[in-house]
Write a protein of this length. Structure first.
Lengths: 121, 323
């Protein structure tokens, strides 16, 4: 029985998805300001860890980390509409890469499970 | 929180604070510049205790083994006793063999080192003078073709080091040279890939090295180089680059002038804007960006949004030291 991460294509799938996903996020004026920093390479690496986690891959994320990392953004007004916009871009990325619908559903469920921590609820 | 001991005095660090920030908070003067782990100006020696893995990952193996680390990248995990680097570990003595003015504000310096320095075109070195002033300069030479190391220095209005180099430093004199550092280099294996290079001012220095390195390694895909300056008299390599473009059908050179009216074979506007308008689709391209930090930042984003993959974008932003 293979894991979600294996079924989706492992690290290669993350590499394929990260540019498409981050490009969508940066092009979306309603959320791009949360993702723009002086160090775009570091930001790109963060998106890669996030996708690895959402794809069910090996990661060291804890809920506390998620909260702490996003707290400054929550202070700047990060809310549910922004969270949903990012989730929408994730879904669109996976569809663009022709990931089967049942795997997309699993990824979206993992991403959705981070919502309370991301938004500090 | 761990203590940082420097010159016999212990400084308690705070949560998530780097060694550099802890020293600066206590007004301890140590050299630093980019604070992003790139320039290596803040490299220190760890005499007791351990430096973190992250603070050593970009160092040469020999320096790592001697327990050097980058202060701006090190959040201490245990007590550390640290000191400034030993010059003989980090620097080689360089002897100036040529100094030549290339434009109203740009000078070229060529050096010989006592021990040959192994480097890739596009990397940079740290120059340290007798007063202890430390600055990073990109190498514009190509190790396989050029006998000497070359840097191009722009006299900056507020630039202490550039004024010193231009006014007080000359052929026959010595300076300490550390490095090489940096990852903005030509990578082989994809000779047909189109390349876009954008450099402002002396950001051109590493680009001409990388360009010549690519040609030397048989790059056959198109190479488009945009050099941005404010006024035409700052196109300090115009003849060299025009000649390279004439001799190599895949090399295209564009001189971009943003600060005055233009005539003839130059383009009006900022180099990054001109480059983006002529190459709106950068999917599958290799990108090199060097020069003013705001240009590098904006162009990195625009190139990425235009389809370039993030790992294919190499950038070298000038760092402006704080005082």
């Amino acid at each position: 029985m293979s894991t979600l991460f294996e079924k989706i294509g492992g690290e290669a799938a993350v590499d394929a998805a990260v540019d498409i996903f981050y490009r969508k996020v940066l092009s979306d004026d309603s959320i791009s300001h949360f993702f723009e920093t002086t160090d775009m390479e570091a930001q790109h690496a963060k998106q890669k860890s996030f996708l690895t986690m959402a794809f069910g891959g090996p990661n060291n994320y804890t809920g506390t980390d998620m909260r702490a990392a996003h707290a400054p953004l929550v202070a700047k007004g990060l809310n549910e509409s922004h969270f949903n916009a990012v989730a929408g871009h994730l879904q669109a990325t996976l569809e663009e890469l022709n990931v089967p619908a049942e795997l997309i559903a699993e990824v979206m469920a993992i991403a959705g499970s981070t919502k309370d921590d991301v938004l500090g609820l | 929180m761990p203590n940082i001991t420097y010159q016999g005095k212990a400084y308690p660090s705070q949560a998530d604070e780097t060694v550099l920030d802890a020293l600066r908070r206590n007004a301890v003067p140590v050299p630093f510049s980019c604070r992003a782990g790139s320039c290596h100006s803040c490299m220190l020696l760890c005499q007791e205790g351990g430096a973190t893995e992250r603070s050593q990952k970009d160092l040469k193996p020999a320096l790592k083994k001697l327990n050097y680390f980058l202060a701006c990248q090190c959040v201490p995990e245990k007590d550390m006793t640290i000191s400034l680097p030993n010059d003989e570990d980090v620097y080689v003595s360089a002897h100036c063999v040529e100094k030549k003015q290339l434009s109203p504000t740009v000078w070229r310096f060529r050096f010989d080192t006592a021990v040959p320095m192994h480097y890739h075109a596009g990397q940079f070195v740290n120059l340290k003078n007798e007063m202890g002033w430390l600055r990073s300069y990109s190498l514009s030479s190509l190790p396989t073709e050029d006998e000497h190391l070359e840097i191009q220095v722009r006299r900056m209005p507020q630039g202490q080091m550039s004024h010193w180099l231009v006014d007080d430093f000359d052929v026959g004199m010595h300076i300490e040279l550390g490095g090489p550092n940096g990852h903005c280099i030509y990578t082989d294996g994809e000779p047909e890939k189109p390349i876009l290079m954008v450099g402002t001012g002396t950001g051109l220095a590493p680009l001409i090295g990388i360009l010549r390195d690519g040609l030397h390694q048989g790059h056959s895909g198109p190479i488009h180089l945009y050099h941005g300056v404010r006024t035409a008299d700052e196109l300090y390599l115009h003849d060299t680059l025009s000649e390279l473009a004439e001799q190599n059908s895949n090399v295209h050179y564009y001189a971009c002038i943003s600060g005055e009216d233009v005539t003839g074979e130059v383009e009006a506007g900022r180099a990054a804007d001109v480059a983006m308008s002529e190459h709106p689709d950068l999917k599958g391209w290799r990108i090199f960006l060097c020069g003013a930090p705001e240009m590098v930042k904006a162009m990195r984003k625009n190139a990425f949004l235009a389809g370039a993959s993030m790992p294919e974008i190499s950038a070298d932003a000038f760092t402006v030291p704080e005082h």
